[in-house]
Every structure is written in C-alpha cells, then in structure tokens.
Design a protein. Sequence first.
Lengths: 601, 112
Amino acid sequence: MPVNEPDPAPPERPESISDHFELLAVMGQDFAATLDIEDTLKRALERITGHMKAAGGALFLLDEAGLTLTCQACSGETEITGLTLNSDQGIVGRCVQGNAGEIVRDVENDPNFDKSVDQTTGFTTRSILCAPMSVKDQRIGAIELVNKLGGDGLFMDSDLQLLQALSSSAGLAILNARMAEALVEQERVRRELELAAEIQRSLLPERRADDFPVYGVNVPARMVSGDFYDFFELGDGRICFNLADVSGKGMNAALLMAKTASLFRCLGKEIHDPGRLMARINEEICETASRGMFVTMVGGIYDPSSGVVRLANAGHEPPLFHDPEAGFTALPANAPPLGIPPLLAGEVGFEVEELRLNGGTLYIFTDGVTEGYLADGSELTSEGLMELMRQNKELPISRRVDAVIALIDHAGAALRDDITLLAIDDKGPMKIRMENGGAAREAEKESAASKSPGGDADRLLRLEFKSRPDRLKLVRAMVGETARACGSGENDVRDIIIAVDEACQNVIRHAYGNDPGGDIILEVVRYPGGIEFLLKDFAETVDPTKIKPRDLDDIRPGGLGVHFMREVMDEVEFLPLPREDKEAKDKEFVGGNLLRMLKRL
Amino acid sequence: MSVEHEIREEGGAKVVAFEGDIDLDGSPEARKVLLECIGGDKPVLVDLSKVGYIDSSGVASLVESFQKARKKGCAFALVSASEAVMRVLQLARLDKVFPIYDSVEEALAGIE
C-alpha cells in the first residue's frame, strides 16, 4: 500500500472503528518502517488531525521521570512544538494522570484549561478531544485535538473512541521505536567494546619462538580486560617484563590498564631499575588516576645470561618461584599498589628483590587464576596451581601455561574474573649458560668479581684511604675524573660521584662506626659495557639483609644513601670480602665487606 | 672543614649562605648553623649558590631544619640550588617538598 497517498474521504454516516482500518494500517506500516520516530509521529499526527477533521492537533510525550509533558509534534492551526507542561498541568495532564480520554466541549469553564497557550498563539480553543497514549501501565503521553471543523465545532463520543484507538496504536509504536533505539545503542556499544578489545589485544606482546624463555596468556572475563602483561627485550639481551591487575572491571579499568601498559612500555625502555621504574609509573598514575582506582603490578628484568631476575612488587598477588629441586617460594609484595598517592615526600620506595632462577621458573599471575573455577565448581587455589606446575614441569613453558588456562577457561562457563598468567622459564637459558662455561659458573661462586660484565677488564683506579670524612672530597674528585675518562656524560659523572660518595660514607659511619683509623680500598674497573666500582673494607662483616633502602618519608641519615646508590647504579651488591683480599691484608684476617656497583655505559 | 658560611639579613629575612661541600665532613657544621638560625620570626633562606656538592647527610640536615622551621611557624626556603644539589634533592624525592627559588628576591616574593 502506498504510504503517502492522501487519506480517503471520510464517510458520511456515523463512524465506527472498523471504518478506520485503513488509517490504522497506514500508520502501523509507517511506524514499522522507520527508526526516525519524531518524523513519523509528526506524519501520524497530521493524518489523525486531517482524518478527524480537527483544526489542530498536538502530541505530548511524558519525560522519563514522569514529571513533564513536552509537545513533540503539532499539526493544523496551532504550533506549540517544544511547549513543556508539568505532567499534571492542563487538560492533557489530567488525561495522562487519569489514563483516560475525554471530550471537553465547554473549554472556557474547565478548571484545568490553560488559557496562556491561546494567549500566546492567538488561537481560540473551543473544544478539546484528548486521549492518552499508554501501553499496559506504562504512560507515554497523549494526543490532543482542538476544534472540530464544520458542524457545531464540537467533538462526538465516536471521535473519542477513534482517537483512543489511534493513540494507543501510536503509543505502542513509540514504545517499539524506543526499544529499537536502545537495541541500536547496545549494538553500537558492543561494536565499540569490540574495537577496544582489539586495541587491548594489540597491547599484549606477540607470541615468540617456542624456545623464548618468557610466555604469557591473558583471557578477559568480559570483552575488555583490566589485566595485562608485557615483556620486551632491552638492547643488551635482558628482558623487561610485567604483569598487572587494575582494580574493578569494565571500561574504566580497561582504560587505566591501557594507560599503565603504555607507561610501562615507554618508561621501561629508559629506566632499567624495577624499583625506580615503578616509582615513575606511580607518579604518573597518581597525577591523573581517577579516584579509588589502583593498579597492582609486578615488574622486573630477567637476564638470561645470568638467570637473575630483579623485580618489584606493588601490592600484587605474590609470584611463585618454582625451583624443581627445592620447591616453591612465594614472593610477597613489598610496596602498596600503584595509584595510591604518597602522603608527604615522594613515594614509598619500591624495594627490588633479586632472585637467581638457576634453571627454575617464575610464575606471575592475577587472582583470576587462583580463584578461577574448575569444571567441578571448586577454585583452582595456589596449591592447585603449584600441583599442576609440579606435574607438568617437564613440558615446554607455553604448554604448562596453556594447561592452567584450559582448566579454568572451560567451555560453557563464564569466567569469574580476567585471567592472566606470565611465566619466565630459566631452563633453556641455564642450559646455554652451562654449555658456555660450566667452569666459569663454578668460579663465579668463589669470587664475586667474576660476576662482572664480560670482555676485557681494565683497572683504571685503585685508591687506598682511611675512613675519615675529610678524605671524601678527594675521592669524589678522582672518581669524577675516572668516570669522565671512561667517556661518561656529565649527568652520569655526577650520579656516579653521588653513589660512590654515599658508599664510602656508609663504610665510614656504619662499618667502621666513625672510627677514622679504618682502611678502605676503592677500585674502578672498566669493561666494554660499563664501569664497575669495588669498595672494600676490613671492618666486621655486615649482614647484607640488614642493609636496605628505607622508606623515603622517614628521613633520617643512613638508608637514604643506599637508596641513592640503587637509584643511580644499575647494579648494587653487598658481598663478603673475597679471600684474596683478606689474605693480602693478613693471613689470619676474618671479616670485611665488598660493595660492588655497576654503571652500564 | 669542607664548608664555610655567612649569615646576612636581606629584605627582612635571614639568609644563610654556604660555600663549599655539605658532605659528611661539612654537614654537622651546616646542621648546627641552620638550627641556630631558626626560631626567630624571620624567614630563613638557605643560599646554596656556592655549594658544589651535597650528600645524604647534608640533605638530612636540611630536612631537620625544615621540620624545625615548620614547628616554629617560620618560613624556610632554599635558594639558587646548583644542578648537582638539585639532582640529590630529586633522588631523595625532596625537590617538590622544599620551597626552592632561583634568587633571594624571588624567595622573598614567594614566601610572602
């Protein structure tokens, strides 16, 4: 049936609903064919006004809260589109509130009649026909017609019957259109989420060759994930890695995840100390993080040439280290999550933990793994995870990780939480290390000096001095010149001076307890890849576990120096004094300390 | 002694100018001088323009002085910190804690 054909001439005899099937059919088709509800409503109202021979018509819609009625479309002689009334105002308000149609033949004397509209439009309202639009109990609005053309200008009961039929059909159409709109919106959101998920997936690292020692998996519970992991190689063969969990789920978590992942990727290439890296990321997140959102993260650097992992844990689930011989060790967090603003001076230090993998595997994961549901409905738990890793220890790393995921991410069950698991397997690199020199490894245990970077060593400086504060200026001058001679830039020279000066004063104050008679030896050795500083003293051996960079908000002398050293140098190790140094001092000598620091060039 | 000092009055403030290195050798003296200056109603400005080096013990003296100044309700600021000094303050995450100005004039205007 052509939609825009003029309406058929109205019949002359008294009307019944069945005479208007054609109009109802045309309107129904109009509503079904369009998603532009406003345009369709206007057309329907024009048809109704014309068909019912009214001078004018107005269609009012109730707002979502049910507080106001707004004129959505007009036809005929009155133009009040946009007019907003309280939902109980006027005859239209009464009609909507009572959910009943009515004919008002004596408008002048109706208490609800609002004269102000006539005053504004200049139109004289004589009679009104009004029918509510509603579907079941849901009130949508009303259609109001004014002044019947011809005759006595008054509407008849049959007019009301007809308008009620037409308006309830319009109401249904509006409701349908609203639902369709909501569906379209849902579809749009779904497509955008899909795009977001795709971008998120692109933030994850690409899968590497089977023998690559790092492997990770991320499975989002919903379309987007609040978890992520990443790893990439630094220029010197070391691998920078991280895994993090953003509080909350959904889009806001996904956006904070994207931000944190980008920060890690970007800053991780510049800052090679995990503690310092975390501190920087934390500063950035704190600057802009939305209230109450935080990120737990484990980040670190793995060196396949030594099997050493250095990592910092900001409030994250403890990673598990699996030594095939000694079993599992958990590495609990030693700093709060990222995004929790520090109270006063800078952030709390992110302590770095050093771990020698020795052919073992480090597993880092989110609680979505340990709290994931197995097929029988029970949780995997960390014991379950450990058991699985024990059973599968002979499998390649990717299959070990995939086996865990397969247990939690089984068909037909929604995930409880995002699941993310990253593993660093030192088995392959360990084999290569053994082949390249098992003998060297043995020697390494004997002497700390052989841990130094490969290549020809060139001892540039050996300085022996007493443990007196007034010697430090001289030491700084010589260290500065030596660093310059190695080609260090002025910023590095300045940093190196700070670290060596702090190291010397630690020896003076803590090892020798301010006794000015102690001996200190400083050696500076140049390697192709860096400068090594060896500081030896002959005081009582200090327990290295008691030397810690302390929290920066507790400013007392002492630990601040260690913090400086760790910030500035790439490696800082407190070691026992090697045997040859003890013997050089005295055949019977017991004690002594060696501090080894390395600055990469 | 690795550090010398000079105290002068300028624009209603007490300016403590150090010269040399505030290191393990010099920091006990610097600490003593600073703590003695704080307590009056005059703001204390620490002029570091002639300080070539400061170590963690020197930083600790500054922090102690700053804390005392805050307790006494006395303004305290650092002036003309060299790059080497700024680097140490930054390592200690104190570069945003201390008020730091480029000159005594700016400091006087800033602490108003």
